[in-house]
Write a protein that binds this ligand. Structure first.
Ligand code: DAH
Length: 344
């Protein structure tokens, strides 16, 4: 028995020194085999010796050997974890590599252009109004003086939802909504999306943006319309830009005018200019004096009040300003296109 005790102490000492030198999986496995192998492991040899002892000594011997066994097992387990940590692959960082660029979003060019327009009108004392994109026939047409079945409706290729509901074809219905809500003086602009039954091509889309304008007060004249729009266009483009008012027709204005600006690409010098078709002019908006019938429709007395209105195509004007050859680029979500307009 004394012998066995000494052997156990000896073995523990030996194990401690051997295990202290373990540095990898392989040497760990060797130590495990030496001590714990079922066939020739040192501990098994001790158990065999124990079996030769007298029964009364066996249990004490068994306890001693088992406690050495758990000591060895625990120690090996700990070593295994330490090795696993040591051998974990290290992520090497190459500090000379360029960093990963995060993508930072940018405002859409049409939105940017719309904001420029808004700022000019805000500086002139206009406020911004909004209206629904799904409209009724009444606001989109009838209240704007398009009677049912009137041929003028044909100029607005309309996407109907029901007989009475439609996707607004212009921002003009918000004129009616604004005048129903409040009495003059009114001075608003209405930016927003409009829809038409169109097949996309370089200059047409089934969805695009407009900015509507409306001024109603006592004594408003065509001179106010002309002065306001000229000031706006000169600020948006440049001071010396040539502007032309051309007689036109809209059911909701009388008289009506379309406004052209000189072609900023060829200045009228190029007969084959792709932007103006050689005319030297580009139409950007429709306008006019609010038809007295429209005022009557919203219970504003046309004897006392008068007003002017206008509607500007945002996308087509942006196309012209930025010299973009195809309107569809705006909505193809091609980042190479969009990023060119990112704020620097
Ligand atoms: N709503 C017209 C369009 O979509 C544009 C327009 C013309 C608006 C004359 C107006 C206006 O307010 O007075 O073509």
């Amino acid at each position: 028995m004394k012998d066995l005790k000494a052997k156990i102490a000896e073995l523990k000492k030996k194990f401690n020194s051997v295990s202290a030198r373990v540095k990898d999986e392989k040497s760990l496995q060797e130590v495990r085999n030496t001590y714990l192998s079922r066939k020739r492991g040192e501990l098994n040899l001790l158990f065999e010796e124990m079996n030769a002892l007298k029964p009364e000594k066996k249990s004490q011997a068994g306890q001693m050997i088992n406690s050495l066994k758990s000591y060895i097992q625990e120690r090996l387990e700990k070593l295994k974890k330490e090795i696993a940590v040591k051998e974990r692959p290290v992520r090497k960082i190459d500090l000379t590599l360029p960093g990963e660029k995060g993508y930072c979003g940018a405002p859409h060019p049409v939105v940017l252009f719309q904001q420029e327009i808004e700022e000019i009108f805000l500086s002139m004392g206009f406020s911004i109004e909004e209206g629904p994109e799904v409209e009724t026939d009444y606001y989109n047409f009838e209240a704007l003086n398009f009677p049912p079945h009137h041929p003028a409706r044909d100029d607005w290729d309309t996407l109907y939802i029901t007989d009475d509901l439609l996707l607004r074809t212009h921002t003009s219905p918000v004129q009616i909504r604004a005048m129903e809500k409040r009495k003059p003086p009114i001075r608003i602009i209405v930016p927003g999306r409009v829809y038409r039954r169109e097949t996309s091509d370089p200059t047409h889309l089934p969805m695009f943006y407009q900015v509507e304008g409306l001024v109603v007060d006592e004594g408003i004249t065509f001179a106010n319309l002309k002065g306001t729009l000229e000031r706006f266009i000169k600020t948006l483009f440049y001071e010396k830009i040539k502007i032309r008012f051309r007689p036109s027709f809209f059911p909701f204005t009388e008289p009506s005018a379309e406004v052209d600006i000189e072609c900023i690409v060829c200045g009228g010098e190029d007969e084959k200019c792709r932007i103006c078709g050689g005319s030297g002019w580009k139409e950007i908006l429709g306008s006019g004096m609010v038809d007295p019938q429209v005022l009557k429709n919203v219970n504003i007395d046309p004897e006392k009040y008068s007003g002017f209105a206008f509607g500007l195509g945002v996308d087509r004007t942006a196309m012209f300003a930025y010299q973009i050859p195809d309107m569809r680029y705006f909505y193809e979500n091609d980042l190479r296109f969009i990023r060119q307009f990112a704020l620097k």
